[in-house]
Design a protein around this ligand. Structure first.
Ligand SMILES: [Zn+2]
Length: 293
């Protein structure tokens, strides 16, 4: 069983659910840092020969299409993080479908091949969005990694399976890769991305990852390019939210380097190929070639 490293490719001002988050109409006017930070992340992965899944925000891909091509040329998987970074439970089904389709088409026009995977902003699929998976299938996605199988401020599906599963029973359907959690004193907890990865010490993160691998589940890690850039501008916000958004930014890069050295990783695309009996069908595979050419 392997780990899956994912990057949600967005900028420093794409923090969710904060009154000071700028609207989409203002994004073009802000100093972007995603290009520099994302390329640095790719270099870190190249040092360790690790291929990752890159969930591109459509807006970022539209503005920086060369980042999509660069990631693809190094063997990473290109996937979609939607276009406009809205919380799913704040959208109508119709608006969500339009957003998921827009980002898929935009990425496919740059990438030249089908986009298989989707991740929502803030893992914001909840009991209030029962149409979410049908909309993704209608948009043509093959897998999703948006379910947070525990209670969470942006949503969470607390009764969801902790292991990857296929929706609608049969192939092709849609495969869900829930965000990895493990029970601590009976409570499901995540250690593997965002504020969790920054807050917890490395030895604990690695120990919990090995525990999940031993249970036969892949461990899904996630980072944002801004998290390896401790000097990025800050959005004004309250103390509690500030702690969650910005705690231990300096720890992300060394943790990513150590994880990439010490654990074995696959992309979602390759994981589905290597586990066809569980997840059905061979997916398009491209050789991992992380070194810059
Ligand atoms: Zn995001």
């Amino acid at each position: 069983m392997k780990c899956i490293f994912t990057v949600d490719v967005e900028d420093w001002f794409h923090i969710l659910d904060v009154p000071s988050t700028p609207p989409l109409s203002a994004w073009d006017t802000l100093p972007s840092r995603v290009e520099k930070n994302f390329l640095k992340l790719l270099d870190i992965f190249a040092e360790r020969d690790v291929c990752v899944t890159c969930f591109f925000l459509g807006w970022v891909a539209e503005r920086f299409p060369h980042l999509v091509k660069e990631a693809d040329s190094r063997g990473h998987e290109i996937a979609s993080h939607g276009y406009s970074h809205q919380l799913v439970y704040q959208m109508t089904q119709k608006d969500f479908l339009a957003d998921a389709l827009k980002s898929k088409k935009l990425l496919e026009d740059i990438f030249g091949r089908p986009i298989l995977g989707y991740r929502s902003s803030g893992f914001s699929v909840t009991e209030k969005t029962p149409w979410f998976f049908d909309a993704l299938m209608e948009a043509g996605y093959r897998y999703d990694s948006s379910v947070f199988p525990a209670a969470r401020e942006h949503g969470g599906l607390k009764d969801a399976s902790l292991a990857p599963y296929r929706l609608n029973g049969e192939s092709p359907g849609l495969i869900e890769f829930p965000i990895s959690v493990t029970r601590v004193f009976g409570k499901p907890m995540c250690f593997f991305g965002g504020g969790y990865l920054r807050l917890f010490p490395y030895f604990l993160i690695k120990h919990m990852a090995q525990r999940i691998l031993a249970e036969g589940r892949p461990v899904i890690f996630y980072v944002h390019p801004r998290e390896i850039d401790p000097h990025h501008p800050r959005l004004p916000m309250g103390a509690a939210r500030k702690f969650k958004s910005y705690v231990n930014l300096r720890s992300t890069e060394p943790k990513v380097r150590r994880l990439a050295s010490q654990l074995e990783f696959a992309t979602f695309r390759d994981f589905m190929t290597e586990n066809p009996l569980h997840l059905g069908g061979r997916e398009e595979q491209k050789e991992c070639a992380t070194t810059r050419t």
